[in-house]
Design a protein around this ligand. Structure first.
Ligand code: BTN
Length: 247
């Protein structure tokens, strides 16, 4: 698959921009839109993604997949794993907070926003990734949840271009495998990187809340949580956090 890079200076959100321009993209390519700053960066659950100029990676990967592709619900996990793999290669010790967060020392360093729409048997996939690279401490502290940046955790200055290039190569490679075999080849590596396994977690989505032990990853990349009555529930979408007494 060929990669087409589109570099923008300022946009509201790279995911929004990609959706607005989708008809201009070559559907056989992996189109990657990157911005220097986002004025209305978006996170999961309608949250804001703080996106100051020049410090971090704000990018959206656009490609198409047939609607009958295997494990399509695990695409966000695929990108999350690709980011974690890039950080591992930088000698860092990332963990994945299921489904889409990459954390370093229990603070979030990257997030993934996966949006899809289907037409005529094809999914348009917009996988947005935000990676805090050289985010300054002051701005980070203003974020309401524990967050960090690569620079803050390591005292190293990272090149955004270099990291982005590594992420493109990693994701393209992972996507080719995913297209043939779904998420199955990635289950083991993803589960090994998962934070909170064996710990009591609170899982919330728009409708419901569960408290139980973070048990494992299902065969399709969902989260298995063991409830206090021994029942195993499988969640496809939620946000998880450690129960406070265990933090
Ligand atoms: C999350 O953790 O809630 C997901 C954050 C995703 C942020 C990225 S930055 C690039 C792309 N454009 C957006 O508006 N959001 C995603």
């Amino acid at each position: 698959m060929k990669i087409k890079n589109i570099q923008l200076d300022s946009v509201d959100s790279t995911n929004n921009w990609a959706k607005e321009h989708v008809n201009e993209f070559d559907k056989s390519e992996l189109t990657i839109i990157t911005a220097n700053v986002q004025t209305a960066g978006r996170g999961r659950f309608q949250r804001t993604w703080v996106s100051p100029k020049g410090e971090n990676i704000y990018t959206t990967f656009y490609f198409t997949l047939p609607t009958n592709s295997m494990h399509i619900g695990s695409l966000a996990q695929l990108m999350t794993l690709s980011i974690a793999e890039v950080l591992l290669n930088e000698d860092l010790l990332p963990k994945i907070r299921w489904p889409n967060d990459v954390v370093l020392n229990e603070k979030k360093v990257a997030g993934v926003l996966c949006e899809m729409s289907s037409k005529n048997g094809t999914y348009d996939c917009f996988i947005g990734a935000g990676i805090n690279v050289n985010f300054d401490k002051k701005t980070l502290e203003a974020i309401d949840k524990p967050a960090t940046s690569l620079n803050l955790e390591t005292d190293r200055i990272f090149s955004r271009d270099d990291l982005l290039e590594k992420l493109q190569t990693q994701f393209l490679n992972d996507l080719e495998i995913f297209k043939e075999k779904g998420f199955t080849p990635f289950l083991c590596e993803y589960e090994n990187l998962m934070a909170y396994i064996g710990k009591t977690v609170i899982c919330k989505n728009d409708q419901q809340e569960w408290i139980g032990t973070c048990h494992s990853l299902s065969n399709e990349g969902q989260l298995n949580v063991c409830l206090p009555n021994g029942e195993l529930v499988t969640l496809s979408s939620a946000e998880i956090s450690l129960q406070v007494s265990e933090q």
